[in-house]
Design a protein around this ligand. Structure first.
Ligand code: ZN
Length: 88
C-alpha cells in the first residue's frame, strides 16, 4: 500500500486500510478521537446524554476539580469571563 500524509501531523505513513487517515502516534490518535467525539456529541443525543451523566457522576467523586483547575489556570478564567461578556 502507498504511504499517505497523516491528517494531524502530516507525516507520511502506510495505512492499515483505506479508511485510516491518522498515523499511529498517540497525539494524532487523541486528535482523531477528539474529532470523532465532537461529531458524536453533535449528532447523537443518546451519546450526549450519557456523556453528561457520566461527567456528573465523575464530578461527584472529584468535587474540587474545577476549583483547583481555575486556581491552576488563571488565564483560562479570564478568557471564559470575557466570553460571558461577549455572549451575554
Ligand atoms: Zn500523525
Amino acid at each position: 500500500m502507498e504511504t499517505i500524509p497523516c491528517v494531524s501531523c502530516g507525516t507520511f505513513f502506510i495505512p492499515r486500510n483505506c479508511k485510516q487517515n491518522y498515523c499511529r502516534e498517540p497525539g494524532c490518535q487523541r486528535a482523531r478521537k477528539a474529532v470523532w467525539q465532537r461529531y458524536k456529541l453533535k449528532s447523537d443525543e443518546d451519546y450526549r446524554t450519557q456523556q453528561h451523566l457520566s461527567h456528573q457522576k465523575w464530578l461527584q467523586t472529584n468535587p474540587d476539580y474545577y476549583r483547583s483547575y481555575r486556581r491552576r489556570n488563571p488565564d483560562k478564567v479570564q478568557r471564559n469571563r470575557k466570553k460571558c461578556i461577549k455572549n451575554g
